[in-house]
Design a protein around this ligand. Structure first.
Ligand code: FAD
Length: 449
């Protein structure tokens, strides 16, 4: 087994992967384009908050880092919907014990870099990968002062994010084909300081049809807000929100209850960058038994299921399990990794795009709210038979491709139970059980779920 591992990209996935490989005693070197983020302030306006869910929790646990990571996170138990008019609506995620963890991306990244280094990984910051000679297994980097350096590799992982240079080198040399499907909406980070009236234990959503805003709590009680707007072609869009007056009008019309707590939203809007959202797909993740893409480099997705990092962390835990099964033989392990993870990546990519429409358009819709209540009823009364698609993605390790199939059957079950029904009390539990047994149970049995 090759023991010398090279990782390009010390983001979330690369630094966690380094921790896990160091625990196996492998020699790990990371090359990272940025300067050491622990020495500079988090990039202003880009300190996204992420939710960590079951797959991320599992990976942190396997790395022995869960307890420490929990200290950086805020538990989130449900969604709080802020309609344009009327009362707030709270939708619990599931059972009381089921919760997500809100965490600052930059804080988590710095923590993981620290742990990778503490575990013995060597990290070279300000090394931007520019070229790979796959035949001779050499890489070229440019450094902070523009010098060019060559390094060799035995086994190379590209964990360099959605714009991956490793993937681009593979594509340039016809080893993969890459595509990016852009969402017609972009995003911007804003800030809501503490103290404020928002419930810290909820993910706050202001759904407005073609656009929306979300807020996740920080440990100090402040909130990081993410505004999603169409790029153009809509009355409410980034294209039509240019001047401070436009920004003020947008917020006064769309999010009046939030701005009461956001003293600097106009400055934040002007100062913070407008980020794009895309789904990256490529035909091969692996080359020659010694190169593999992981995380966003292989499968960047839109953030509406909160699974980008979680799925990247699952790449790590699944590849580690495969490595054990294949007795440390990297060529077999990498081939199997791609075979297993690709259907999962495709499924979560599709479900994440669907969730954009669910969160921006449907969460405020009474029919959708009724469906969520009936799902809750089924989960409570038939725990062995029914777990919502959201719950399966977020609170289990069931492979995403099976969750997607389960979700399609759940649509059929819910459509049948909601027919002519206006409130969850009108759903007959007897009928619900018989529909679940007929339509859904065979699938669960077939896949041992
Ligand atoms: P990255 O975190 O992008 O890290 C890549 C690293 O590679 C960076 O450090 C970069 O500097 C480095 N690099 C790039 N190019 C080079 C080069 N040429 N040479 C050397 N190094 C290089 N995911 C969730 O699970 N839950 C959420 O709630 C969630 N919310 C999100 C909200 C928003 C608004 C967005 C945009 C994303 C969200 N995500 C979420 C997705 C998550 O941020 C990504 O999936 C995750 O950061 C991917 O980790 P990564 O390590 O693969 O890539």
């Amino acid at each position: 087994m090759a023991n010398r591992i090279t990782i390009v990209g010390a983001g979330l996935v690369g630094s966690l992967w380094a921790v896990l490989l160091r625990k196996r005693g492998l020699d790990v070197t990371i090359f990272e384009k940025r300067t050491d983020p622990r020495l500079s302030h988090a990039e202003a306006g880009r300190s996204i908050n992420l939710v960590i869910t079951s797959r991320g929790v599992n990976a942190l646990d396997k790395a022995g880092l869960l307890q420490k990571a929990l200290e950086l996170a805020v538990p989130v138990h449900g969604r709080m919907i802020h309609p344009k008019a009327g009362d707030l609506v709270y939708q619990p995620y599931g059972k009381e014990s089921e919760r997500n963890l809100s965490i600052s991306r930059s804080a988590l990244n710095q923590f993981l870099i620290d742990e990778a280094e503490r575990g013995g990984a060597k990290i070279h910051f300000q090394h931007s990968l520019e070229d790979i000679d796959f035949k001779n297994k050499t890489m070229t980097f440019t450094g902070g002062v523009g010098n060019s350096e060559k390094h060799s590799y035995e086994v190379l992982f590209g964990t360099d994010g959605a714009g991956s240079a490793v993937r681009k080198q593979m594509a340039r040399q016809n080893l993969t084909n890459e595509t990016t499907e852009w969402l017609p909406a972009d995003y911007k980070e804003l800030f809501l300081p503490a103290p404020n009236a928002l419930d810290k234990k909820a993910l706050h959503i202001w759904p407005r049809g073609s656009h929306m805003m979300m807020a996740l709590a920080n440990v100090d009680g402040s909130f990081t807000m993410t505004l999603y707007l169409p790029k153009s072609r809509r009355p409410v869009s980034f294209e039509n929100t240019k001047s401070p007056k436009d920004v003020e009008n947008l917020f006064k019309n769309e999010f009046p209850d939030a701005i009461a707590w956001m003293p600097h939203y106009i400055e934040d809007f002007e100062k913070n960058p407008q980020g794009a959202l895309g789904t990256v797909r490529c035909t091969s993740w692996v080359h020659g038994g010694s190169v593999a893409l992981m995380g966003d480099a292989a499968h960047a997705i839109v953030p509406f299921f909160g699974q980008g990092m979680n799925s990247g962390f699952e790449d790590c835990t699944n590849l580690l399990a495969i490595l054990d099964r294949t007795s440390g033989r990297w060529p077999q392990a990498l081939a199997e990794y791609e075979q297993i993870q690709r259907p999962n990546a495709n499924a979560i990519a599709e479900m994440a795009i669907e969730n954009w429409y669910e969160m921006s358009e449907k969460v405020a819709d009474p029919q959708f709210q009724l469906r969520k209540k009936i799902e809750g009823l089924l989960e409570k009364n038939f725990p062995a038979l029914f777990k919502s698609r959201y719950g399966m993605v977020t609170y289990t390790l069931i492979p995403y491709h099976l969750v997607q199939q389960a979700g399609r059957l759940q649509d059929q079950v819910l459509a049948e139970l909601m027919n002519g029904v206006h409130s969850p009390d009108e759903v007959s539990l007897e009928k619900a059980e018989s529909v679940l047994k007929k339509t859904y149970e065979p699938f669960l049995k077939q896949h041992g779920l």
